[in-house]
Design a protein around this ligand. Structure first.
Ligand code: COA
Ligand code: AMP
Length: 644
């Protein structure tokens, strides 16, 4: 089939509001919108003001009422507990309605926040949808974050209730969640009225009398409650993400725009029909998990899979293929790092051939740029189109993608193809001029962003404006750097801020620097993301000791690793730190992190012309060589020559 992409993109461009109004016809509205787009507070825009919807109604009740009551809505597949459990649309609706009754019974009302700190269990999905049902705003916190990270989210969101489970399971390691939550509540400046704890048999949690409640007991005694109409512009959820500083940003998602955009994306971006099985192997704690484990597939009447396992080790590198074959997955979405993990253990794809994957039509990759060798390997092994698509927590759905439902375009490995209808993506140089084909610059999106994208930060319009809207007036700053080639294809190459992507997880090196700087022996520090064959990037810390202190470098490194694990969490994958005499800086005192990164990667670099003392680069190289990095200065040019 020849692609309709250019035609549809042109249609959107010619009349964006008409385009989204038509897309909005596919969802259920209690009351239609008064305007498609409210631009009266530009650069803040709101979609479908005045409209009334309920996201849970669109995800569940609507399908129960329209012939999908018996169709599986959610399949929970958990190799770590040996469980496969299927919920039909009716069963899931009933569970959600009952748990909504539990929340209502604890006084949770429309607009109240509820934090969900849970592993990949069906109750986490039920909790999200139950919040949506009564108009409460959920905020899911990824289980790999430690107490202080959870605490900062509790302080910012001020939840009325926190929902958790007694433990998560990391392959064969039981991770008790409750002690982490108790410590977080202790640290937080806002306290919840109550906690509801799902007791798992692998580790039972101790409940705090008066504050904590047993999930099963409350659910057993609850009455189901109905969906509450909310404004399209009301928040559905807050999802905290890393960026620019150590303080997480509360990305807000509204109900109406999100509902319209995700529903549109299921057929047009992912090419799936209602009734088909769709699987995103991500975590509910990330934007991918929100959009494409829970909301998108359910809005569209698909069967979605909740997988509590890993690509390798649960039990082997055939885990994904087993799930795809067993449940008849049609479209599969994961991160390139998962494929690198599989390829490392099964380079010849022997596990792939053990399963019947004939129903799988397309593989989607996102979360980080897919390196071409991984993409080509996946294509060759699976023999199906492999689509690398680019998006961000902020956008909530794809910005750049080969839209499968519109007909595939030629693939260029390493590029995410073309902007999705709804997005006008430009490349600007630092002065705000449009870059030519092939010239790398700041990737920006012309305002307004389409429905589904975050309209603001939680309680922080100013932060939203400063972070995203001020660098180039009229444009949203993605903080990605990249270029368009002569065919208009987008090549998203790196971040322009302190965000690094570790195994598809978004982390802030600034946050890690704050932790290292808090160690009593550390005077100053730098954390950079260095290349890693499996995880794409991993953090590396360099510290300078306070005057007069003397520490064994290995011992200090171990303390720093432990500190980051305790403050940020294991997900930071912070495993390496070393001591240097001085940090390389420019004459104005800016640490040259980009050059440090190149030294660590063994890549060629030029000595920054503004460097204060080039010898500091040699010192860093020697310190890194001592802990196994390439550590040699590769083709340096004399100070003063070439750009940084
Ligand atoms: N709860 C508690 N701990 C968690 C956790 C969770 N939900 N998720 C991860 N961790 C821990 C891991 O156990 C690991 O701990 P360790 O340092 O003690 O070994 C640490 O955090 C780092 O985790 P990760 O970076 O995920 O490494 P890994 O070795 O466990 O797994 C991959 C590597 C590639 C298999 C895995 O990262 C993966 O599947 N990534 C895909 C990511 C993804 O889906 N991203 C979403 C965008 S699509
Ligand atoms: P997150 O908010 O966790 O989804 O991370 C978003 C960031 O991940 C983006 O700003 C990019 O830097 C990176 N990213 C995600 N997907 C891709 C992709 N397909 N290609 C290039 N970079 C990507």
């Amino acid at each position: 089939m020849s692609s309709l992409y250019h035609e549809v993109y042109a249609r959107w461009r010619a009349a964006p509001e008409r385009f989204w109004a038509e897309a909005a016809e596919a969802v259920h509205w209690y009351r239609r919108w008064e305007a498609v787009l409210d631009a009266s507070r530009a650069p803040f825009y709101r979609w479908f003001p005045g409209g009334q919807v309920n996201s849970c109604y669109n995800a569940l009740d609507r399908h129960v009422e329209n012939g999908r009551a018996g169709q599986p809505a959610l399949i929970y597949d958990s190799p770590v507990t040996g469980t496969v459990r299927s919920y039909s649309y009716r069963e899931l609706r009933d569970e959600v309605a009952r748990f909504a009754g539990v929340l209502a019974g604890r006084g949770v009302e429309r607009g109240d926040r509820v934090i969900i700190y849970m592993p990949m269990v069906p109750e986490a999905v039920i909790a999200m949808l139950a919040c949506a049902r009564i108009g409460a705003i959920h905020s899911v916190v990824f289980g790999g974050f430690a107490s202080p990270e959870l605490a900062s989210r509790i302080t910012d969101a001020r939840p009325k209730a926190i929902l958790t489970a007694s433990c998560g399971i990391e392959i064969d390691r039981v991770v008790p969640y409750k002690p982490l939550l108790d410590a977080a509540i202790e640290l937080a400046h806002a306290k919840p009225d109550c906690c509801i704890v799902l007791q798992r048999p692998q580790a039972r949690a101790t409940l705090v009398p008066g504050r904590d409640h047993d999930w099963a007991e409350l659910a057993a005694g609850a009455q189901p409650v109905d969906c509450v109409p909310v404004l399209a512009t009301d928040p559905l959820y807050i999802l905290y993400t890393s960026g620019t500083t150590g303080h997480p940003k509360g990305i807000v998602r509204d109900n109406g725009g999100h509902l319209v955009a995700l529903t549109w994306s299921m057929r047009n971006v992912y090419g799936v029909d209602p009734g088909e099985v769709y699987w995103a192997a991500s975590d509910l704690g990330w934007a991918v998990g929100h959009s494409y484990i829970v909301y998108g597939p359910l809005f569209h009447g698909n069967t979605t899979i909740l997988y509590e396992g890993k690509p390798v080790g649960t039990p082997d590198a055939g885990a994904f293929w087993r799930v795809i074959a067993q449940h008849g997955v049609r479209a599969f979405f994961t991160a390139p790092t998962a494929f690198r993990a599989i390829r490392r253990e099964d380079p010849e794809g022997e596990h792939i051939r053990r399963y019947d994957l004939s129903r799988l039509r397309t593989l989607f990759l996102a979360g980080e740029r897919c390196d071409p060798p991984t993409l080509v390997w996946a294509q060759q092994q699976l023999g199906i189109p492999v689509v690398d698509h680019w998006w961000q927590t902020e956008t909530g759905w794809a910005v750049g993608c080969d839209c499968v439902g519109l007909g595939l375009l030629p693939v260029k490995p390493g590029s995410c193809t073309l902007p999705v209808p709804g997005y006008d993506v430009r490349i600007l140089d630092d002065a705000g001029r449009e870059a030519g084909a092939g010239d790398t610059g700041n990737v920006v999106i012309r305002l307004p962003l389409p429905p589904g994208c975050s309209p603001t930060l939680w309680n922080n319009d100013r932060g939203y404006e400063q972070t995203y809207l001020t660098a180039y007036p009229g444009y949203y700053l993605t903080a990605d750097a990249g270029y368009k080639d002569e065919d208009g294809y987008l090549w998203i190459m790196s971040r322009t801020d302190d965000v690094i992507n570790v195994a598809g997880h978004r982390l802030s090196t600034g946050a890690m620097e704050e932790v290292l700087a808090g160690h009593p022996d550390v005077a100053e520090c730098a954390v950079v993301g260095v290349h890693d064959a499996l995880k794409g990037e991993v953090p590396l810390g360099l510290v300078v000791l306070k005057a007069g202190r003397s520490r064994d470098p290995a011992e200090l490194a171990a303390e720093l690793v432990e500190l980051v694990r305790k403050r940020i969490g294991p997900v930071a994958s912070f495993k390496t730190a070393t001591t240097v005499k001085r940090l390389p800086k420019t004459r104005s005192g800016k640490i040259v992190r980009g050059t440090i990164r190149k030294i660590a990667d063994g890549a060629a670099y030029t000595v920054p012309p503004t460097i204060d003392d080039p010898a500091t680069l040699e010192e860093v190289a020697a310190a890194l060589a001592a802990i196994g990095y390439p550590g040699r200065v590769t083709s340096p040019s004399p100070a003063g020559s070439g750009p940084h």
